[in-house]
Write a protein that binds this ligand. Structure first.
Ligand code: ZN
Length: 182
């Protein structure tokens, strides 16, 4: 896998109609089945697929060959933050977030990453949205391991009415590549 500072991949619930169910592993399918609300199922599906697509594009493997572990540090159930576990691969650090109809994945081979998107109308205090997503992104990056410098940057969500931020090992926003899928 080539080294890269940081990438941010966006998708939305409309991607749930592009198949992708066959990309999930049995653990992910069981998690999907356990979710009752269609919107929750759609967000989880697109998040899991987008993560596989993003990692696969760097590793030069098929999305189905990406190995993801979501073992929760607290209770051992498969609902924790995702980690890439492919043996023999210098796996990237990854982070996934979804809210409303948007899904975002951040990844880097240089250090822990955290990403957060939030539909502003869902917050009690919409004026606090920018600070909220920055704190969430930083929290996620710090739970991924000791940060190696880097910064928290505001992300431009592809739809109005959303706030988003990423905590990345990049010190320069020009090092962040933004992609949309599909
Ligand atoms: Zn748990």
């Amino acid at each position: 896998m080539r080294q890269f500072m940081a990438e941010v991949w966006w998708s939305s619930l409309t991607a749930a109609g592009h198949g992708g169910l066959d990309m999930l592993d049995p653990t992910e399918r069981a998690r999907l089945e356990s979710l009752e609300r269609p919107a929750d199922r759609g967000r989880f599906l697109v998040g899991a697929v987008l993560l596989r697509v993003a990692v696969a594009s760097h590793a030069g493997i098929a999305p189905t060959d990406v190995s993801i572990d979501r073992t929760c540090n607290e209770c051992g159930a498969p609902h924790g933050a995702p980690r890439v576990m492919n043996p023999g691969m210098a796996a990237p650090w990854v982070s996934v977030s979804h809210s409303g109809v948007l899904v975002v994945v951040a990844l880097s081979t240089m250090g822990p990453v955290g990403v957060d998107v939030q539909r502003i109308a869902d917050l009690k205090d919409p004026a606090a949205a920018a600070g909220w997503v920055r704190r969430e992104a930083l929290f996620k990056a710090r739970s991924g391991g000791p940060a190696a410098g880097g910064s928290v940057c505001e992300l431009q969500a592809p739809l109005a009415g959303y706030a988003a931020a990423a905590a990345l090992p990049a010190n320069d926003e020009r090092d962040v590549v933004v992609l949309n899928w599909p």
